[in-house]
Design a binder for this molecule. Sequence first.
Ligand code: NAP
Length: 255
Amino acid sequence: MNEYYFNSLTLAWTLFAIALIPIQIKVTAPYGRHMRSNWGLSIGNRLGWTIMEVVSLLVFSFFFLRGEGIKSTGSWILFSLWAAHYVHRSLIFPWRTRTRGKMIPLFIVFSAVFFNSINGFLNGFYLGEWQGAPIDPGHPRFIAGLLIFIFGAALNLYSDTILLHLRKPGETGYKIPQNSLFRFVSCPNLLGEIIEWTGFALMAWNPAALSFAVWTAANLIPRALSHHRWYKEQFPEYPVERKAVIPFCFVKSEG
Ligand SMILES: NC(=O)c1ccc[n+]([C@@H]2O[C@H](COP(=O)([O-])OP(=O)(O)OC[C@H]3O[C@@H](n4cnc5c(N)ncnc54)[C@H](OP(=O)(O)O)[C@@H]3O)[C@@H](O)[C@H]2O)c1
């Protein structure tokens, strides 16, 4: 594939993510609290998460490692961050959830496998094959991106951990999270993920990483809005000042 086709594919894929935003706002993906039984066959939630997310790890690693582009220290740092995130997301996070007995539709699993394959391919291929110059890990943009990535990942992990501990072993219901950034937004875990991949895009500074940051935001902002709406419907006492995903702005609880 030449660079023109690769960049055209990346641009088309990014525009597709943006085009899907209105659909994602209207139709909430049916898993977790939004699970609905009318979406066909389903499998166990934990297994579904592992299948969906391990694809990102495998596809990215395959194309990065077999590519013949320049692999400098900066490239290896980016590879390590991607791999660490997806080892956690696919092999650790699902088995920390207290969702025993919950299901996820196969349609969601296959859709995520498709999206994650393309994103893994674009990013692994660009970094492994097209990276024409060494990535300088001492460059201010790289360092700023790394700090943003670390902050986002920490926020994501910390907030997910708070959520996972809301349930005692054996419980499956929902409670209002109260601590930390949950005082300001309903979904600091999703905000952390968006910040994380924005930092990655800054570090990598290529169209594929920018595309993935757009994909993440296009996917998670509608999901955060759905979560926020759901909290307000389920809990009449839900804090009115809390926003959906961006502190102090975006969607108001009473709006
Ligand atoms: N990069 C991407 O595009 C992408 C896409 C999707 C997800 N993710 C990441 O994957 C992770 C999970 O996403 P998610 O949408 O499933 O997050 P979530 O709805 O916030 O759920 C996270 C976990 O906490 C539990 N939980 C959430 N709120 C709870 C509450 N109020 N009371 C009790 N338990 C609660 C959930 O149980 P239930 O499952 O039973 O609801 C689930 O096990 C996040 O870190 C997110 O950033 C990334």
